[in-house]
Structure formats: C-alpha cells, structure tokens
Design a protein around this ligand. Structure first.
Ligand code: 16G
Ligand code: ZN
Length: 549
C-alpha cells in the first residue's frame, strides 16, 4: 500500500517561476496545479533537511485543495504526532520557496545558498534550530510520508515533493501512499508510528484499524442516513468504515463519483452546502427530515442538513456539532470532577452559540480562523471540543485524562460511553468521516432522531458572509493575531464603527466581523442579527461593502 522510492528516482521535471512570491496560508500553499510543481519541489527540499534534524519522527505532506475545484491544488505540511507544522518552520519554508533562482543556481545547492544568505532575513527565527542543511544524518532516522487526494494533478505533485526530498538528502526515508487518502487519514498515519525507518511499517489498512474498530460500538442508527462525499476521496474511505458496522445498511453514500476533476466539489459537498445554503446535487428530493451529511473534497469537514416540512434546508453545522459533542461529554464528566472541559469556536460562530458557551460551566474560547489556531486554544484544556462553523473540528483529550477515563470505563457505564465516543474521533485533526460516526454514536446513545435533534439544538441566527475584492487584503486590512481586533487602517475602522452604530438605530442590533482572508485576496465581511429580517441584512451588507471597497 505504499510507494517506496529510492535514490535513483528521477521524478518529474519542474519548471521554476521566480517572479512571484508564494505564501503558506491557513490552507497551506494553494495555487494552480502547474505553479505548485516548483513549490512542491523546493518545499520538499526544505522539509527533508528540517525533518532530518529531528530524531526519529515521522513527518507528513498532504497534496489537496480541499473543497476547491478540481484544477486547483495545495500542499500542507504535517508535524510529528500529526499536528500542524510549527510557525517558525513555515516562515523558513516560505523563504526557501521564494529564494531567487539565479542565486540558487550560482550557489550550486539550496543548502549552501540558504546557509550563506537566508539567515539574515529571519531575525526572530532560531535559524539553526529550524533549518540546518549541514546537520549530520542522525542514526535513528526521521521519515516523511506523502499522501494525496483524488485530483488528477495530486499524485504528480506528490512526486515533485519526493524529488525535492531526494535532491536534499539522497537516501532519506520517504514513502507515499499508493492510493489517494483523506487529509485526516494522512494526519492519522503520521501520528501513528507507521513507518519504522520508512520501509517496513505496517500496512495502511492495519494502521487505520484503531480508527475503524470503534464504529462497532454504534449499536443502532436512529434512522437511515446518507453521506454526500463531494465526489472526493471520502467516497473511498466510507466503505471501509461501513463494512465494520453492525447495521451497514443504514448508511448510504451519495456523490461518490471519484476521479473526475470536473465533478469534484461541483455543486456538492460541505462547502457548497454551507456557503450557499443549498441542497447538494441529488439531495433535494429526499422526504423531509431525512438526515444527510456532507463531506468536503478531502473529507476533513463534515456537516449535516435536512429538509424541513416547508421545504427549507436546515443545517447542523460545526456549531451544532460542537454543542452536541460538548454536552455529551459534559453529562458524562461526573466521574472526573476535576477535569477541565472547554469548547473552542471562531468569530464566525453563531452569536447564540457564543452565549450558550458563556452560560455553561465549561470554558468557551474564541480562536482565529484555521484549524491550527483552534488546536492551539484547545490544548489548554483537559478535554476540548473545537469546531469551525464550516464543519472542521475534533476533540482533544490529555493523555492522563484519557487513561483515567479508560480505567473508570471498566465499571462505570457513563465513562464507557464517553470512551466509546472519544475512540471514534480522530485526535490528530478534524476528520469528517470520523466525526460522522461519532455524531451517529451520540444520536444513537441519546435516542435522537433528525427531528428531535433539530428541536433540541439552537435556532440559527440570521447571518450573511460576503467577500470584498481589494487591491491587497493584507495592506488593506490588518487584524490582530487573534483576529478579534482590527488594527489598521484606522479611518476605515472608525467609519465601520460609526456605520454600525448608525445602522443599528434603524435596523436594530446586529454584529459585524471583518478580517482579511488567509486563502484568497479578499476581505471577508460577516454580519449577524437575531431578528428575522433578511432584507435588512442585505441592505446593511451593501452599505458596509460600499464603504469598505
Ligand atoms: C482554510 C482552513 C479553514 C478555514 C479557511 C478560512 C484548515 C485546514 N483550513 O481552508 O479551516 O475556515 O481556511 O479561509 O485550517 P479564509 O481565510 O479564506 O476565510
Ligand atoms: Zn477540506
């Protein structure tokens, strides 16, 4: 199940584009598949040196552009234990990717060039710690595992990364999955000590088993349920989970036409549903109260939706999942009185949700957008549920707390349920497929049908999200690191505040949240109000958009 490469691997030919500057955003490097070849190659070269300096860890690279169209692609680098890469390494990798090509050629190797020239640009980065191309090959070697999704360019880009790794360090331990994997699968495989020395590790299927086995604890589904796979790689993983189920006939996949770039994420998937508030392809004609989940193209997001009796769509998005998960855990914590439970969400979360968290005994914190930022905040708790409203999220448990739950689970049935649930989520990163089964487990234990879940969760506020085109979003709008404070430009900030006060007197209370996107050259404007007048929000949105643009 792996492709294992050796030093004679010639790889692909890589055209270089030295005229642009490339950034690693919240979603990694995200560009046209053609442009990415060069980035993949250089970043691979950097990553080999980086990993080589760290004794015996497994690192990962994932090739995917998630919910974006089939022709786009992206590269995400994964640190040891399957988590996001540290900020300093990202900065350094950007420098290496953007290093002038002529210099590079003159120096003969990236290693020399970097050593001679790069350090001075990176004042606050501990240069030698992050990147020392001259570090000796350590005896207990680190290795890199490369995974890729179902896009036509993905396997090709995985090869470009591998070629870069070998250019840096011929003979480095590197392997790629032999078939496409979901992003969370790759994170899981990296976290799992899978490649002992990169060559003789267990097979992927065996490594996946600890994630797959716990679905046997779902004793029955409260209703039949459907999963829209966005025509992406989730459709390859779902059947593996389904085959472990006691009642496999309750789950059916939709939009599972894998391998065609034209259909991937096209009018289907979690992002389509969330952004447009529309039924995905093939899902509009189900009877009311049918429960349908939507994954995105690389299956790291998931949300549910259903049709109300009046035909309107109702979304159980990341906020609803967050609330469901947190309450489920909270009810089972009596066995662990000193355990600190937290819930982490973002500026895009529903205001009702924020109020709910404030009223709870658990800690509620807002993180800035992007999974890596939510994880940082979640790490402060013993157990934390974190979710972006778009459906990215998971649960993190401290090791000693998990051990305590395991020991209590032997005689305490509530602790047993908690453990069953925690075994279902993917601790490495938000995992759409794992979260689907974790949600079904809760619904089954709590006896919740689609209808009763809808009745017991909160009624979503009226919201509107828009993207405003600007010349350069990072100059145009600067937000504080946690995105909660708008730093510059001052006059625009003041104008928006006055606008908010003025429009509030006409249309009633509303909140606004503005930040520069981390993935596109746009400023995002998010408006929310508890009253039901969508028209008011349209007007408010137009006025804000006019002022900002
Ligand atoms: C990336 C993030 C996603 C976030 C989105 C925001 C990960 C894996 N993905 O797709 O969580 O919601 O960026 O995009 O962290 P924006 O910065 O363009 O608004
Ligand atoms: Zn995704």
């Amino acid at each position: 199940p792996y492709r294992v490469f050796n030093r004679n691997y010639k790889g692909v030919s890589v055209p270089v584009d030295p005229n642009r500057s490339f950034r690693y955003g919240t979603a990694g490097f995200r560009y046209d598949a053609d442009v990415l070849q060069f980035i993949a190659n250089r970043a691979g070269e950097f990553f080999a040196h980086y990993a080589n300096q760290r004794n015996g860890h497994t690192y990962g690279v994932m090739v995917t552009a998630s919910h974006n169209k089939g022709g786009d692609n992206g590269l995400k680098f994964v640190g040891p234990y399957g988590g996001p890469l540290e900020d300093e390494a990202i900065k350094m990798m950007e420098e290496v990717v953007n290093y002038p090509d002529e210099e590079y050629m003159r120096m003969g190797s990236l290693a020399t060039a970097v050593k001679e020239n790069l350090g001075r640009h990176l004042g606050e980065v501990d240069f030698e710690r992050v990147y020392n191309p001259n570090a000796k090959r350590v005896s207990e070697a680190s290795c890199i595992l490369v995974g890729y999704d179902t896009r036509q360019s993905s396997r090709f880009l995985a090869d470009a990364v591998i070629q870069g790794i070998f250019r840096a360090l011929p003979g480095f331990e590197v392997a790629s999955t032999a078939t496409p994997v979901t992003t969370p699968q790759l994170h899981w495989l990296v976290q799992y000590p899978i490649l002992s020395g990169g060559r003789s590790g267990p097979e992927i299927d065996k490594a996946m088993q600890p994630l797959l086995n716990p679905v046997r604890n779902i004793s029955e589904f409260t209703e039949d349920v459907y999963v829209d796979c966005a025509n992406g790689v989730g459709a390859l993983l779902m059947p593996k989970y389904i085959s472990e189920l006691n009642s496999p006939r309750n789950v059916s996949v939709l939009n599972a036409n894998v391998g065609d770039d034209a259909t991937l994420n096209n009018r289907c998937g979690a992002d389509y549903v969330k952004s447009n508030h529309l039924y995905p392809q093939g899902c509009a004609d189900f009877p009311p109260m049918t429960r349908i989940a939507s994954l995105d193209g690389d299956a790291d997001r998931m949300l549910y939706f259903t049709k109300k009796e009046n035909g309107e769509i109702f979304l159980f998005d990341g906020d609803h999942l967050n609330k469901l998960f947190t309450e489920f855990i909270e009810k089972r914590l009596d066995a662990l009185p000193s355990c600190k439970l937290g819930t982490v969400f973002t500026g895009y979360s529903d205001m009702v949700m924020k109020q709910w968290a404030a009223d709870l005994k658990v800690g509620g914190v807002v993180a800035n957008t992007g999974v890596a930022n939510l994880i940082k905040k979640a790490n402060a708790f013993d157990i934390a549920v974190y979710f972006e409203p778009n459906g990215h999220g998971s649960v993190i448990v401290k090791k000693d707390v998990l051990r305590e739950i395991e020991s209590k689970a032997k005689e305490n049935p509530r602790a047993r349920e908690l453990l069953n649930f925690l075994e279902l989520v993917n601790p490495a990163i938000g995992d759409g497929v794992a979260n689907f089964f974790a949600t079904e487990y809760i619904l089954s234990v709590e006896g919740l049908t689609t209808r009763s879940w809808m009745e017991q969760t909160f009624k979503p506020s009226n919201t509107q999200l828009s993207a405003i085109r600007v010349p350069d979003k990072d100059v145009f709008l600067v937000a504080s690191e946690d995105e909660t404070i708008w730093l510059a430009p001052g006059p625009l900030k003041d104008a928006c505040k006055e606008l908010w006060q003025f429009l509030g007197t006409i249309f009633g209370d509303f909140t606004y949240f503005v930040r520069p996107s981390g993935t596109e050259n746009v400023v995002r404007l998010f408006l929310q109000t508890s009253n039901d007048h969508t028209n008011n929000l349209n007007v408010i949105n137009s006025v804000f958009e006019y002022v900002i643009s």
